[in-house]
Write a protein that binds this ligand. Structure first.
Ligand SMILES: [Zn+2]
Length: 193
């Protein structure tokens, strides 16, 4: 599954942010990133639309209970990611929340090209949330201690991401955004000197 999404920060300029993982992308649908991100999940329809872009044939439509579950899972993911990035202790309640959603049935894998849609007719919201929770389990289990989950190097940027680059040298949430701003600042500093 491709990761990344367009964000609508409070300053109004849309930009594409790839957090490097499905679980962190889901985390960044909330207003956790200072001015960098805004809340996108205002109602069940917003949740449905976000999941529908990533999982085919999502039925039935998301309801308020689904949204409540999604927000609980999302906040647990964000808090764990922040603790990992900042070297803080991870709260056991957050681990429990992620494990709870990961324990329910997820979206089963399937091969294309069969004659019927065996077992893959529709995907329920709960299955999609479980797939996100399992992605979080895999991400944190494998990378909590290796420094690949970290914050953008820009001083005024709170966004964190999973660096899946081979050389583990990703510094910016986005080159177009924080990377270029840092380059411009460095250039100006050199020009003044
Ligand atoms: Zn940044």
């Amino acid at each position: 599954m491709q990761t990344g999404q367009w964000l609508d920060p409070r300053d109004g300029t849309r930009w594409f942010f790839d957090s490097g993982s499905l679980a962190l992308d889901f985390g960044w649908t909330g207003a956790f990133g200072g001015s960098q991100t805004t809340e996108r999940m205002h109602g069940p329809a917003d949740l449905h639309a976000w999941l529908d872009e990533r999982f085919e044939q999502l039925e039935p439509v998301a309801d308020p209970r689904n949204l409540q579950d999604a927000l609980l899972l999302r906040e647990a993911i964000v808090r764990i990611a922040a603790a990992v990035a900042d070297g803080a202790a991870i709260a056991a309640e957050d681990i429990d929340a992620v494990n709870l959603y990961a324990a329910t049935p997820d979206v089963p894998p399937s091969l294309d090209g069969g004659r019927r849609q065996a077992g893959r007719s529709v995907i329920r919201i709960g299955q999609a949330l479980s797939t996100i929770a399992r992605d979080a389990v895999a991400l944190f289990a494998e990378h909590a201690g290796d420094g690949r989950i970290h914050r953008c190097s820009a001083d005024d940027c709170a966004l964190l991401f999973y660096d899946d680059s081979r050389s583990a040298n990703r510094r910016w949430c986005s080159m177009q955004r924080c990377g270029n701003r840092a380059k411009v600042r460095a250039h100006r500093a050199r020009a003044r000197a």
